[in-house]
Design a protein around this ligand. Sequence first.
Ligand SMILES: [Zn+2]
Length: 60
Amino acid sequence: MPPTPTDQPDQTAAALADVPDRTCTWCKVPMEKRLVAGGRFVHYTCPKCIFQHTSLRGKK
Ligand SMILES: [Zn+2]
């Protein structure tokens, strides 16, 4: 059984600083950001309609 990826709050908070904000397509409110898959993906969640969007973070 593969280990479950866990969020590391400190690292996530720091890494989220350079993640662009995203607005919900429907509600036009800022979505909550969360890093997943070791920070390779950003998981956006709308607090109002629970619309979710996952995007790959660009590598630089
Ligand atoms: Zn929404």
